[in-house]
Design a protein around this ligand. Structure first.
Ligand code: DOR
Ligand code: ZN
Length: 344
């Protein structure tokens, strides 16, 4: 029997939603993870300090009894965000980051940023107080091919933004390309990047070959195989610039299996088993702890979790195909390979 022990992992990019969905999915993450950066793209979004305080209360109420899971809250950056409100929320210890969505880039991003000059005062305040910016790095221009959105964002938006506010700490969220890997790797101490579980497993064939597979559709959309291989190399390299952000994003099945299906893969349930399989395939099980448990806290200026997680290799792991919610089922991400590492 093979076992590995790591510090309890954290998820540096998570969608918990609200209401009945929140109650159904929060335990899936709290079972394995110590902390998670909670995405603010609710309807309406979590924009102010008061919104974040109220949402945090709802998350705490949704956790199983006795859970010590800690939600790390974020604010959704809009062109009207007040720097003083952001500063207050950070000083209270309520928020850990601010999230930048280019308007229209993804699920519930309509209130995001179009004119980057308008958010400069907030970004400057964040640089001063050491509050990181989580960036959804895709342009939304109609003339840019969806598979090129990330690479073009780096050149047109991210690099100029970082040059104009160099002290700002930035996390490139859910990178999906070789260009994203290269840029994050060469970006110095103020730049990090999260990588999802599913982008280490699928390329764009998973969505399109043999019929449309809506449960593999997410944003940024999975790219060619060469990009998946670059992500695997980055995640398993031991480079502290790269850490886990699952982007686990539940939608009920009718909203995925539709003529206009929602973007998102729900991986909270089986992420750690999938990651152990991937890291083993890459001959890098010794790098899993860095990626899932150490690099993220270091970037955010936090200590790693005290508690440990044991992963044991054995017979293929079973996990539910779907998580039931009162609004409908949520399909759990199918990695299309047997998983041999169980938590515990
Ligand atoms: O696939 C995604 N789903 N990507 C995002 O950026 C948003 C997320 C969601 O909220 O559903
Ligand atoms: Zn996300």
């Amino acid at each position: 029997m093979q076992q590995i022990t790591l510090r309890r992992p954290d998820d540096w990019h998570l969608h918990l939603r609200d209401g009945a969905m929140l109650n159904a999915v929060a335990p899936e993450t709290a079972r394995h993870f110590g902390r998670a950066i909670i995405m603010p793209n609710l309807i309406p979004p979590v924009v102010t300090r008061d919104d974040a305080a109220a949402y945090k209360g709802r998350i705490m109420a949704a956790l199983p009894e006795g859970s010590d899971f800690q939600p790390l809250m974020t604010l959704y950056l809009t062109e009207d965000t007040d720097p003083a409100d952001v500063k207050r929320a950070k000083e209270e210890g309520l928020i850990s980051a601010v999230k930048l969505y280019p308007a229209g880039a993804t699920t519930n991003s309509a209130s995001g940023v179009t004119n980057f000059d308008k958010v400069r005062p907030v970004l400057e305040t964040m640089a001063e107080i050491g509050l990181p910016l989580c960036v959804h790095g895709e342009v939304v221009d109609a003339d840019i091919d969806i598979f090129d959105r990330e690479a073009v964002f780096i050149d047109r938006i991210l690099d100029p933004l970082r040059t104009s506010v160099p002290e700002l700490r930035v996390i490139m969220e859910h990178i999906t390309t070789k260009q994203g890997v290269d840029y994050a790797r060469s970006g110095g101490d103020n730049l990090g990047a999260t990588i999802t579980t599913h982008h280490l497993v699928i390329n764009r064939n998973a969505i399109l070959v043999g019929g449309i597979k809506p449960h593999y559709y997410c944003l940024p959309v999975a790219k060619r195989e060469e990009h998946r291989l670059a992500l695997r190399a980055a995640a398993t390299s031991g480079d502290p610039s790269f850490f886990l952000g699952t982007d686990s994003a539940p939608h009920i099945d009718p909203l995925k299996e539709s003529a206009c299906g929602c973007a998102g893969c729900f991986t909270a349930t089986n992420t750690m088993s999938i990651l152990a399989e991937v890291f083993e395939q890459e001959g890098a099980l010794d790098k899993l702890e860095g990626f899932a448990s150490l690099h993220g806290p270091a970037f955010y200026g936090l200590e790693p979790n005290e508690a440990e997680m044991v992963l044991t290799k054995g017979e293929p792991v079973t996990y539910p195909d779907k998580i039931a919610t009162p609004d409908g089922d949520v399909t759990v991400f199918d990695p299309m390979m047997p998983l041999h590492w169980r938590v515990g």
